[in-house]
Design a protein around this ligand. Structure first.
Ligand SMILES: [Zn+2]
Ligand SMILES: [Zn+2]
Length: 309
């Protein structure tokens, strides 16, 4: 349907948008509403996503980022009304910077892809190395509900992979949009702003309480039709680690020691044992939107419930 993306239909109003280059893979989701369309995540942003999203009609569009990692916010530059949890502010600022992305491409990409990536950077960054974003960023409430006119999409706060990760629940369709909170390949809790395993367990328990409301998990990577039993499997894995029945293992990768637990064909990468975390409190003043964004305001079509802050 559109160069660089593959579209799959989940139901009569929900679409998975698959972005894939080389070893990179991400899923975004477009939910068509009567009054507003909702786009969940914007991928790596290497190709322009706007034309594809606009082909679903000229209704107002809200973008919701499940978290602030570069592979979920890359296309934010093309959109005007963007919602993200406040705890993601530091990650968002870091992962939208040219310096961070150039470092990452140097580390991960073969030389041919690096040349392509750097010509892309020249296009999307200012000479000061900031992503050219013009949209407004709104902080979402942990119990926010996005009203699309004929259906409600509910935020479920699920800190773990990052401190401000969220899932989105379309109860009517029985689909949980999980970002990187539930993936078939494993969960990373070893990143700079990941939460402790106990916190992630509590998020999983929250999802389990809502188990009757979804029969499909649409993940941020690789799969959009995961079995909901992944929630229980990750819960069992973490509980086993916390009670000592599943021991942590270690492996050396690229000179770094990775600590992980494995159970029932899933893997969770753990924080380093004595990891000193950068505190979010060192981030620029809480409560203000990310740098470069105009003040918050009501998005077109009226604000979703709970956004008036
Ligand atoms: Zn992530
Ligand atoms: Zn991701």
């Amino acid at each position: 349907m559109s160069k660089g993306f593959t579209i799959s239909k989940l139901n009569e109003y929900s679409w998975a948008i698959h972005e894939r280059y080389f070893m990179m893979d991400s899923f975004m989701y477009l939910l068509e509403g009567r009054d507003v369309n909702l786009l969940i995540d914007t991928g790596y942003g290497l190709k322009d996503l706007g034309p594809l999203v606009r082909s679903f009609g000229d209704k107002p569009l809200w973008v919701v980022n499940t978290h602030g990692h570069f592979d979920h916010i890359g296309g934010n530059r093309e959109f005007q009304e963007i919602f993200i949890h406040q705890e993601e502010k530091s990650i968002l600022e870091h992962h939208r910077s040219q310096k961070y992305l150039m470092g990452l491409s140097r580390e991960m990409l073969p030389s041919l892809f690096r040349i392509l990536a750097w010509s892309f950077f020249r296009r999307v960054f200012t000479p000061q190395g900031r992503a050219r974003w013009t949209g407004r960023h709104h902080y979402i409430d942990e119990h926010q509900v996005f009203d699309l006119g004929d259906r409600l999409i509910e935020v479920i706060f699920t800190p773990g992979h990052t401190l401000g990760s969220i899932c989105l629940l379309d109860k009517e369709a029985g689909i949980l949009y999980a970002g990187d909170t539930i993936c078939d390949t494993g969960i990373l809790l070893n990143l700079e702003f990941s939460a402790e395993p106990e916190v992630f367990l509590s998020s999983l328990e929250g999802l389990k309480e809502r188990a009757e409301d979804f029969n499909q998990i649409a993940s941020g990577h690789r799969q959009y039709n995961l079995n909901p039993d992944y929630v229980q499997r990750y819960m069992d894995c973490i509980r086993g680690f916390l009670d000592g029945s599943i021991p942590a293992e270690t492996v050396k990768e690229k000179g770094q020691t990775i600590r992980f637990i494995e159970y029932d064909a899933i893997r969770i990468q753990l924080p380093r044992e004595k990891k000193r975390r950068r505190r979010l409190s060192k981030a620029p003043s809480a409560g203000s939107p990310p740098e470069g964004s105009p003040p918050e305001g009501s998005p077109p079509g009226g604000p979703p419930e709970g956004t008036d802050r």
